[in-house]
Design a protein around this ligand. Structure first.
Ligand code: AMP
Length: 269
Protein backbone atom coordinates (compact mmCIF):
# COMPACT_ATOMS: atom_id res chain seq x y z
CA UNK A 1 0.00 0.00 0.00
CA UNK A 2 2.83 2.38 0.87
CA UNK A 3 4.52 1.92 -2.49
CA UNK A 4 1.21 2.11 -4.38
CA UNK A 5 0.55 5.39 -2.55
CA UNK A 6 3.98 6.75 -3.37
CA UNK A 7 3.25 6.23 -7.09
CA UNK A 8 0.04 8.33 -7.00
CA UNK A 9 0.30 11.88 -8.34
CA UNK A 10 -2.10 14.62 -7.31
CA UNK A 11 -4.92 14.61 -4.79
CA UNK A 12 -5.75 11.29 -3.17
CA UNK A 13 -9.07 10.34 -1.61
CA UNK A 14 -9.76 7.36 0.65
CA UNK A 15 -13.04 5.45 0.97
CA UNK A 16 -12.86 3.04 3.93
CA UNK A 17 -15.34 0.14 3.76
CA UNK A 18 -15.93 -3.30 5.21
CA UNK A 19 -17.04 -4.60 1.81
CA UNK A 20 -20.32 -6.33 0.90
CA UNK A 21 -20.65 -3.29 -1.30
CA UNK A 22 -23.91 -1.64 -2.29
CA UNK A 23 -25.07 1.61 -3.91
CA UNK A 24 -24.34 3.55 -0.69
CA UNK A 25 -20.65 2.66 -0.91
CA UNK A 26 -20.65 3.49 -4.62
CA UNK A 27 -22.01 6.98 -3.89
CA UNK A 28 -19.01 7.50 -1.58
CA UNK A 29 -16.69 6.45 -4.41
CA UNK A 30 -18.35 8.99 -6.73
CA UNK A 31 -17.95 11.77 -4.17
CA UNK A 32 -14.31 10.74 -3.70
CA UNK A 33 -13.73 10.73 -7.47
CA UNK A 34 -15.20 14.25 -7.78
CA UNK A 35 -12.78 15.55 -5.13
CA UNK A 36 -9.50 13.99 -6.16
CA UNK A 37 -7.26 12.65 -8.90
CA UNK A 38 -6.93 9.19 -7.33
CA UNK A 39 -9.35 7.08 -5.31
CA UNK A 40 -8.07 4.54 -2.82
CA UNK A 41 -10.70 2.25 -1.30
CA UNK A 42 -10.18 -0.16 1.56
CA UNK A 43 -11.94 -3.48 2.07
CA UNK A 44 -11.46 -4.68 5.61
CA UNK A 45 -13.83 -6.23 8.13
CA UNK A 46 -12.15 -4.67 11.14
CA UNK A 47 -12.20 -7.11 14.07
CA UNK A 48 -11.53 -4.49 16.76
CA UNK A 49 -14.79 -2.66 16.12
CA UNK A 50 -16.90 -5.78 16.80
CA UNK A 51 -17.86 -6.85 20.30
CA UNK A 52 -17.42 -10.48 21.43
CA UNK A 53 -21.12 -11.28 20.87
CA UNK A 54 -21.46 -9.41 17.58
CA UNK A 55 -21.62 -10.55 13.96
CA UNK A 56 -17.91 -10.40 12.97
CA UNK A 57 -17.89 -14.04 11.76
CA UNK A 58 -21.25 -13.71 9.99
CA UNK A 59 -20.46 -10.39 8.31
CA UNK A 60 -20.83 -10.97 4.53
CA UNK A 61 -17.55 -11.08 2.56
CA UNK A 62 -18.29 -11.36 -1.20
CA UNK A 63 -14.68 -10.46 -2.02
CA UNK A 64 -14.68 -11.13 -5.79
CA UNK A 65 -17.87 -9.17 -6.34
CA UNK A 66 -16.56 -6.28 -4.22
CA UNK A 67 -13.33 -6.05 -6.23
CA UNK A 68 -15.29 -6.06 -9.47
CA UNK A 69 -17.59 -3.28 -8.22
CA UNK A 70 -14.61 -1.12 -7.24
CA UNK A 71 -12.97 -1.84 -10.60
CA UNK A 72 -16.16 -0.89 -12.49
CA UNK A 73 -16.41 2.33 -10.46
CA UNK A 74 -12.86 3.30 -11.48
CA UNK A 75 -11.21 2.96 -8.07
CA UNK A 76 -7.45 3.26 -8.59
CA UNK A 77 -6.16 1.24 -5.64
CA UNK A 78 -7.97 -1.26 -3.42
CA UNK A 79 -6.35 -2.02 -0.07
CA UNK A 80 -7.67 -5.34 1.22
CA UNK A 81 -5.31 -6.40 3.99
CA UNK A 82 -5.38 -9.46 6.22
CA UNK A 83 -6.21 -8.80 9.88
CA UNK A 84 -2.66 -9.92 10.72
CA UNK A 85 -1.27 -7.11 8.57
CA UNK A 86 -3.34 -4.41 10.29
CA UNK A 87 -2.92 -6.00 13.73
CA UNK A 88 0.38 -7.92 13.70
CA UNK A 89 1.26 -10.07 16.71
CA UNK A 90 1.94 -7.84 19.70
CA UNK A 91 -0.13 -4.95 18.35
CA UNK A 92 -1.52 -3.12 21.37
CA UNK A 93 -1.96 0.58 20.58
CA UNK A 94 -5.57 1.81 20.45
CA UNK A 95 -7.11 5.21 19.73
CA UNK A 96 -9.75 6.15 22.32
CA UNK A 97 -12.08 8.89 21.07
CA UNK A 98 -13.30 9.67 24.62
CA UNK A 99 -16.83 10.64 25.63
CA UNK A 100 -18.15 11.07 22.09
CA UNK A 101 -17.40 7.39 21.47
CA UNK A 102 -18.97 6.27 24.75
CA UNK A 103 -22.56 7.49 24.20
CA UNK A 104 -25.37 6.24 21.89
CA UNK A 105 -23.84 3.50 19.68
CA UNK A 106 -20.84 3.40 22.01
CA UNK A 107 -23.03 2.73 25.04
CA UNK A 108 -24.55 -0.30 23.30
CA UNK A 109 -21.32 -1.41 21.61
CA UNK A 110 -18.52 -0.86 24.17
CA UNK A 111 -15.18 -0.41 22.42
CA UNK A 112 -16.76 -0.05 18.98
CA UNK A 113 -15.54 3.48 18.34
CA UNK A 114 -12.07 2.78 19.71
CA UNK A 115 -11.90 0.04 17.05
CA UNK A 116 -13.15 2.45 14.39
CA UNK A 117 -10.82 5.27 15.48
CA UNK A 118 -7.86 2.87 15.56
CA UNK A 119 -8.40 1.39 12.11
CA UNK A 120 -9.15 4.78 10.53
CA UNK A 121 -5.97 6.19 12.09
CA UNK A 122 -3.95 3.27 10.71
CA UNK A 123 -5.49 3.82 7.26
CA UNK A 124 -4.80 7.56 7.37
CA UNK A 125 -1.16 6.98 8.36
CA UNK A 126 -0.68 4.36 5.65
CA UNK A 127 -2.59 5.99 2.77
CA UNK A 128 -2.00 9.66 3.70
CA UNK A 129 -5.14 10.77 1.84
CA UNK A 130 -6.00 14.43 1.24
CA UNK A 131 -9.66 13.64 1.78
CA UNK A 132 -11.54 10.68 3.27
CA UNK A 133 -15.20 10.01 2.53
CA UNK A 134 -17.76 8.62 5.00
CA UNK A 135 -21.53 8.12 4.96
CA UNK A 136 -24.03 10.07 7.04
CA UNK A 137 -25.78 6.70 7.54
CA UNK A 138 -23.25 6.23 10.36
CA UNK A 139 -23.77 9.71 11.78
CA UNK A 140 -21.97 9.19 15.09
CA UNK A 141 -19.04 7.56 13.28
CA UNK A 142 -18.69 10.75 11.19
CA UNK A 143 -18.58 12.89 14.36
CA UNK A 144 -16.08 10.58 16.04
CA UNK A 145 -13.82 10.52 12.98
CA UNK A 146 -13.93 14.31 12.65
CA UNK A 147 -12.93 14.58 16.31
CA UNK A 148 -10.11 12.03 16.00
CA UNK A 149 -8.87 13.71 12.80
CA UNK A 150 -8.71 17.05 14.58
CA UNK A 151 -7.32 15.77 17.88
CA UNK A 152 -4.58 13.63 16.29
CA UNK A 153 -3.80 16.35 13.69
CA UNK A 154 -4.18 13.90 10.81
CA UNK A 155 -4.59 16.79 8.35
CA UNK A 156 -7.21 14.86 6.37
CA UNK A 157 -10.33 16.57 5.05
CA UNK A 158 -13.51 14.64 5.94
CA UNK A 159 -16.25 14.55 3.28
CA UNK A 160 -19.71 13.21 4.09
CA UNK A 161 -22.15 11.59 1.65
CA UNK A 162 -25.92 11.45 2.22
CA UNK A 163 -27.68 8.16 3.07
CA UNK A 164 -28.75 6.06 0.09
CA UNK A 165 -32.06 4.24 0.60
CA UNK A 166 -34.12 1.53 -1.03
CA UNK A 167 -37.36 2.62 -2.72
CA UNK A 168 -39.22 1.57 0.45
CA UNK A 169 -37.04 3.85 2.59
CA UNK A 170 -34.78 1.22 4.17
CA UNK A 171 -31.23 2.56 4.34
CA UNK A 172 -28.85 0.38 2.33
CA UNK A 173 -26.68 -1.70 4.63
CA UNK A 174 -24.43 -4.72 4.17
CA UNK A 175 -26.45 -6.30 6.98
CA UNK A 176 -29.78 -6.10 5.09
CA UNK A 177 -29.02 -9.40 3.33
CA UNK A 178 -28.90 -11.09 6.74
CA UNK A 179 -32.57 -10.19 7.44
CA UNK A 180 -35.13 -12.99 7.33
CA UNK A 181 -37.76 -12.29 4.62
CA UNK A 182 -40.44 -11.34 7.16
CA UNK A 183 -38.00 -9.00 8.93
CA UNK A 184 -36.94 -7.44 5.61
CA UNK A 185 -40.64 -6.81 4.94
CA UNK A 186 -41.05 -5.08 8.32
CA UNK A 187 -37.75 -3.13 8.26
CA UNK A 188 -39.04 -0.11 6.28
CA UNK A 189 -40.79 0.80 9.56
CA UNK A 190 -37.40 2.22 10.61
CA UNK A 191 -37.56 4.98 8.03
CA UNK A 192 -41.31 5.39 8.61
CA UNK A 193 -40.53 6.06 12.27
CA UNK A 194 -37.98 8.70 11.26
CA UNK A 195 -40.58 10.19 8.92
CA UNK A 196 -42.85 10.53 11.95
CA UNK A 197 -40.10 12.63 13.57
CA UNK A 198 -39.87 14.77 10.42
CA UNK A 199 -43.66 15.21 10.40
CA UNK A 200 -43.73 16.19 14.07
CA UNK A 201 -40.91 18.68 13.45
CA UNK A 202 -42.75 20.13 10.47
CA UNK A 203 -45.87 20.58 12.61
CA UNK A 204 -43.83 22.60 15.09
CA UNK A 205 -42.76 20.04 17.70
CA UNK A 206 -39.48 21.33 19.21
CA UNK A 207 -39.09 19.09 22.27
CA UNK A 208 -36.41 16.43 21.87
CA UNK A 209 -38.13 13.80 24.05
CA UNK A 210 -41.44 14.29 22.18
CA UNK A 211 -39.63 13.79 18.86
CA UNK A 212 -38.06 10.57 20.16
CA UNK A 213 -41.50 9.42 21.33
CA UNK A 214 -42.96 9.94 17.86
CA UNK A 215 -40.28 7.54 16.56
CA UNK A 216 -40.90 4.99 19.32
CA UNK A 217 -44.67 5.06 18.75
CA UNK A 218 -44.28 3.90 15.13
CA UNK A 219 -41.79 1.16 16.07
CA UNK A 220 -43.94 -0.09 18.95
CA UNK A 221 -46.47 -1.14 16.31
CA UNK A 222 -43.93 -3.54 14.76
CA UNK A 223 -43.72 -6.75 16.82
CA UNK A 224 -40.35 -7.91 15.36
CA UNK A 225 -38.64 -4.56 15.99
CA UNK A 226 -36.67 -4.46 19.23
CA UNK A 227 -35.59 -0.87 19.83
CA UNK A 228 -32.16 -0.39 21.43
CA UNK A 229 -32.26 3.38 21.60
CA UNK A 230 -33.87 6.41 20.02
CA UNK A 231 -32.04 9.71 20.33
CA UNK A 232 -32.82 13.34 19.54
CA UNK A 233 -29.46 15.06 19.85
CA UNK A 234 -27.42 18.09 18.92
CA UNK A 235 -25.77 17.09 15.60
CA UNK A 236 -22.41 18.58 16.69
CA UNK A 237 -22.05 17.42 20.29
CA UNK A 238 -24.47 14.43 20.17
CA UNK A 239 -25.89 15.60 23.53
CA UNK A 240 -29.63 14.93 23.89
CA UNK A 241 -31.69 18.07 23.32
CA UNK A 242 -34.60 19.38 25.40
CA UNK A 243 -36.52 22.27 23.90
CA UNK A 244 -34.57 23.29 20.81
CA UNK A 245 -34.70 25.45 17.72
CA UNK A 246 -32.68 22.78 15.90
CA UNK A 247 -30.97 21.28 14.09
CA UNK A 248 -31.65 17.88 15.66
CA UNK A 249 -30.01 14.56 14.78
CA UNK A 250 -32.64 11.85 15.28
CA UNK A 251 -30.93 8.46 15.39
CA UNK A 252 -31.80 4.96 16.43
CA UNK A 253 -30.71 1.34 16.61
CA UNK A 254 -33.25 -1.44 16.14
CA UNK A 255 -32.86 -5.21 16.19
CA UNK A 256 -34.77 -7.51 13.90
CA UNK A 257 -33.91 -10.93 15.26
CA UNK A 258 -30.11 -11.08 15.41
CA UNK A 259 -29.67 -8.27 12.87
CA UNK A 260 -28.97 -4.82 14.28
CA UNK A 261 -29.77 -1.86 12.03
CA UNK A 262 -29.11 1.87 12.53
CA UNK A 263 -30.48 4.92 10.77
CA UNK A 264 -30.88 8.66 11.28
CA UNK A 265 -32.25 11.90 9.88
CA UNK A 266 -31.37 15.51 10.63
CA UNK A 267 -34.21 17.96 11.32
CA UNK A 268 -33.57 21.54 10.30
CA UNK A 269 -35.73 24.61 9.91
P1 AMP B 1 -19.34 -0.09 6.00
O1 AMP B 1 -18.80 -0.90 4.88
O2 AMP B 1 -20.70 -0.48 6.45
O3 AMP B 1 -18.35 0.10 7.13
O4 AMP B 1 -19.54 1.36 5.40
C1 AMP B 1 -18.50 2.02 4.73
C2 AMP B 1 -18.90 3.44 4.49
O5 AMP B 1 -20.10 3.47 3.70
C3 AMP B 1 -19.22 4.21 5.78
O6 AMP B 1 -18.69 5.53 5.68
C4 AMP B 1 -20.72 4.20 5.80
O7 AMP B 1 -21.26 5.30 6.51
C5 AMP B 1 -21.06 4.28 4.33
N1 AMP B 1 -22.41 3.79 4.08
C6 AMP B 1 -22.94 2.61 4.49
N2 AMP B 1 -24.23 2.52 4.12
C7 AMP B 1 -24.53 3.67 3.45
C8 AMP B 1 -25.71 4.20 2.83
N3 AMP B 1 -26.85 3.51 2.81
N4 AMP B 1 -25.64 5.40 2.25
C9 AMP B 1 -24.48 6.12 2.28
N5 AMP B 1 -23.34 5.68 2.84
C10 AMP B 1 -23.36 4.48 3.44
Amino acid sequence: MRSARAALKGRVSLVPTMGALHAGHMSLVRLARAQSDNVVASLFVNPTQFGPNEDFALYPRPRGRDLQMFRDAGVDVVYAPLASEVYPPGDSTRVDPGEMGAILEGAHRPGHFAGVATVVTKLFVLVRPDVAVFGEKDAQQVRVIKRVTRDLMHGVEIAVAPTVREADGLALSSRNVLLKPEDRAAAPAIYQSLRAAMDAWQKGERRGPAISNAVRTVLSGVPQAEVEYVSAADPETLAEVGLTSGPVLVSLAVRFGSVRLIDNVTLTT
